[in-house]
Design a protein around this ligand. Sequence first.
Ligand code: SF4
Length: 441
Amino acid sequence: MPDDAPRFIAKYALEAVPRYTSYPPATKFHGKVGLADWQRWMTQQDKNPALSIYVHIPFCKSMCWYCGCHTTIPNAHRRVEHYLAALDIDIRRRAESAPPDGRVCHIHFGGGSPDMLKPEEFRAVMQQIRASFNVAPDAEIAVELDPRGLDSELCQAMAQTGVNRASLGVQDISHEVQKLIHRIQPLEIVQAAADKLRAVGISAINMDMMYGLPAQSVARVCETANAIAGMGADRVSVFGYAHVPWFKKHQRAIPEERLPGAAERFDQMLAANHTLSEAGYERIGFDHFARPADPLARAARDGSLRRNFQGYTTDPSTILIGLGASAISECPQGYVQTEPNPVRYANAVTSNADMIVRGVGRSMAQQAVASRIANLLCQFETEVEPGDPVDLAKDMLAEALVRIDDGRITLTEAGRPYVRNLAARIDPAFRSTTEQHSVAV
Ligand code: SF4
């Protein structure tokens, strides 16, 4: 947004709205949906669709206090082994219910930290995926990694099994901030991790950074964004820290008095955007950046950009198969989520019980809303529908945050930070709920 544009901190930036990585949002998931629903939905798909796979590795070496992920710190590696034995069974079973001639175009390993796996364990997971599914030769295979302690042997194993994109968590390069979030990670460690990945041919590198962390300032956010650009990241994700200590108990260790206020937080978000744009990145949606030649930037330009649980993506698949604890699977008919506790997940899988604990079906009308919200989040515009409330975005129009022409509503440059607020206004379910979500900015 332009530097001199008015800011709507209290009215929009602090409004609690869904992140809309799914529609209906995950807050609508309930326990009456199970594996049988997923299997039935799979029989309603085309015979040979593009498929996407997400593999969750719910383990980390130590807990970062800002963490909002489903992860645990194992006290012995045999817990990881027990989990992987169940994951192996899960991969085979889920492949049996997938469309028979589906082709896997995207595989994403997230966590937790997938680098908690030993090289031979990573190879075994990839081997089982390739044996169970038809993986396209040009599939994108991406892995989220903790740069601390990333070893060359694992990088080698990942490259040999087809990994071609890696995502490194940077967050903030200041030692003071790192101490307060319990993640000490000198810049040289991130650079060394990127070097190891590039040395084995994994040359597409994403980096994540955050704003709104304790002791962060505009200057520190700019230094981090510049350092990331200097390390040659192809994509950068810029996430606002969501402080929810009542939900994520380890966040109680974050000193609240050191958290930036809402206006400062907004300035940090703008500073990250500005610094990355100056460094030559193109803005993708509301929280991603990419080098102009990166496929994500090309997708944003040609209108094929999509959004899923990993954020913005080039992945065109309408079927996402989530494997492992807490993983969410998606198809046009709905979503299912597996048991989030790794031990309970493993026990359910090995005892042949239903490891799906919640989900939600999606009607045709909800699929249409999902598509409109996706257009907004990816292209910053969508069509106005006859069923929309007559005062849809009336305030945002008066504030010059949106404009309506030829039956389409479009966010202006000044309105883009508030895209989730506009999405909530076209979401018929949002207006009738009082659920808590993260703040919009
Ligand atoms: S490495 Fe990532 S997943 Fe693990 S605790 Fe830190 S932020 Fe959470």
